[in-house]
Design a protein around this ligand. Structure first.
Ligand SMILES: [Zn+2]
Length: 234
């Protein structure tokens, strides 16, 4: 279900400081430059598959850094039974138009998902908050990301099992207001209801799958946003 194959190499475990990936990319270049000790040139080898997933992850980390997110790359982990954290990050904050935006209760997310989330938070949610509610966004509340579980009522794994999905539950504004999916989707002011529908629609442009209160009762209190290649929005 995960769109990206596993990294061929296990990255070292242990805590790494949050990074901006422009720095990381430069470090990688520096390391590459420093590793060219004099030795016989390698014999070219013909292989049947030259494709490597590493550049995709690295370029995703660079994209995330360019969006001024703060995050820590996490080591790959396989938990068995279709559950894994591959090419994930711990996302600490993302960039709004005027300030960093906090994110609560978020576990590991794939870099691809984090990158889509960073774009949505700034250009979808923060701008809609200012335009519709008259206050900038300061924080997005979630109900988590990684969870080794099936789609409710099914026998196949949820996007949460590969850290490819986030359940987004609420939005805190600079003026102190909190707009939650549960509280305001149906019962909010006209502006709050419009805000939630506008950001749901914008999520559908940035994530492969978006499920909200109109999908079923299980989503009455959150938007499920998932990085997948297929497209489903409800
Ligand atoms: Zn979900």
């Amino acid at each position: 279900m995960h769109p990206w194959p596993a990294s061929p190499r296990r990255r070292p475990s242990g805590k790494l400081p949050p990074i901006r990936c422009a720095v990381s990319a430069l470090s990688a270049l520096a390391l590459a430059a420093c590793s060219s000790a004099p030795q016989a040139p390698p014999t070219p080898r013909r292989t049947t598959n030259n494709w490597s997933p590493a550049p995709a992850y690295n370029s995703c980390l660079a994209d995330l850094g360019n969006k001024e997110a703060t995050f820590t790359p996490l080591p790959d982990q396989y938990f068995g039974a279709g559950c894994s954290n591959i090419q994930t990050v711990k996302l600490l904050s993302v960039r709004g138009d005027y300030s960093a935006l906090g994110i609560t209760n978020l576990g590991p997310v794939t870099c691809r998902l984090a990158d889509a989330f960073a774009g949505w938070a700034r250009y979808g949610v923060d701008r809609a908050a200012r335009q519709i509610l008259g206050s900038q966004l300061v924080r997005i509340e979630t109900m988590g990301s990684y969870s080794c579980r099936n789609v409710a009522g099914s026998d196949h794994r949820s996007g949460h099992a590969t850290a490819s999905a986030i359940d987004v539950s609420g939005f805190v504004l600079a003026d102190g207001r909190r707009v939650s999916v549960l509280g305001q989707w149906n019962a909010g002011t006209p502006q709050e209801r419009e805000f939630l529908r506008v950001i749901h629609t914008s999520a559908c442009r940035r994530f492969g799958m978006v499920l909200g209160p109109d999908y079923n009762a299980a989503h009455r209190n959150h938007f499920h946003v998932e990085a997948v290649d297929s497209h489903f929005c409800r």
